[in-house]
Write a protein that binds this ligand. Structure first.
Ligand code: G1P
Length: 284
């Protein structure tokens, strides 16, 4: 079965980036000149997904505005002959993509945010992407590989990465039997973590997750956790770990966000040529 819908839980406060996130959603923070959410939407488009569900909250209007036409701006750029900029503005909206917006009225956790998307997703298997986790992967990208795995084998999957044991408390951590996920815990302390294989922000999930999420009790941090909803299905559905190729930047942290900006700047020949000597100078 093919995956044609992706859920972006983007209702969070972004407190680690205050004060900038007081009025600007953290998903709108730029990587050079592209907001994080746009990079994630482009990855979903390359995976063949055409339905996007944004789960937002009050003060997150900028995200839906970003994916809408700005007729005034387009008209102004056109009348001034700024064709290159006009092209940049128009390609924000990948061809054929449809956006729906649902609200998460209360911050009750990631699992609760995903559950808010149920009326739009319905009975379809679906993807979840956390735009904070920016994955620079070869080919069509991390999610495209996970969608292909589902198409070819029917297996659901979670993107995973080895992390230092002292960091398990920041992630969902999985246990494996062969290439099958058999257990999952949200934010375990290092001494009780079942492994050091952490889930990062890409999921391909069955619609049954919604029913499971309706039944789970608040877990880590007193929140309805996506991890607990998935864990309830492990005996019934096959979930595989997807060890993606490439690099993940944790853009929910200042250091990760800075590193991603640097990495993306170095992809631009003109910026790279100017940055390289400047950095060498700074390091001296
Ligand atoms: C969420 C998930 C966690 C996952 C992490 C990946 O945590 O709950 O299982 O490992 O994203 O970034 P959060 O970062 O929202 O605390």
């Amino acid at each position: 079965m093919t995956i044609d819908v992706v859920v972006f839980p983007v209702a969070g406060l972004g407190s680690r980036f205050l004060p900038v996130t007081k009025a600007v959603p953290k998903e709108m923070l730029p990587i050079v000149d592209i907001p994080l959410i746009q990079l994630a939407v482009e990855e979903a488009h390359r995976a063949g997904i055409r339905d996007v569900v944004l789960v937002t909250s009050a003060s997150k209007r900028a995200i839906e505005d970003h994916f809408d036409h700005s007729w005034e701006l387009e008209h102004m750029l056109e009348s001034r002959g700024k064709t290159e900029l006009l092209q940049h503005v128009r390609t924000v909206f990948p061809p054929g993509m449809r956006f729906s917006v649902v609200r998460q009225p209360q911050a009750l956790g990631l699992g609760h945010a995903v559950l808010c998307a149920q009326p739009v997703v319905g009975n379809r298997p679906f993807a979840v992407m956390l735009p904070d986790d920016l994955i620079d992967a070869p080919g069509a990208g991390c999610l495209a590989d996970m969608v292909a795995l589902h198409r070819e084998t029917g297996a659901y999957s979670l993107a995973v990465e080895e992390v230092p044991r002292e960091q398990t408390g920041r992630y969902g951590v999985v246990s494996l039997r062969g290439e099958r996920i058999t257990g999952m815990v949200e934010k375990p302390k290092p001494e009780v973590a079942p492994s050091t294989l952490a889930v990062v922000g890409r999921y391909v999930l069955p619609a049954e997750v919604f029913t499971a999420l309706q039944e789970v009790k608040p877990g880590a941090g007193g929140e309805i956790q996506l991890t607990d909803g998935i864990a309830a299905l492990l005996g019934r559905c096959e979930f595989r770990p997807h060890r993606f190729a490439g690099v993940r930047y944790d853009c929910g942290s200042k250091l990760g966000h800075l590193m991603a900006n640097f990495a993306w700047a170095m992809k631009d020949p003109a910026l790279a040529a100017a940055l390289r000597p400047w950095i060498q100078e700074q390091l001296r």
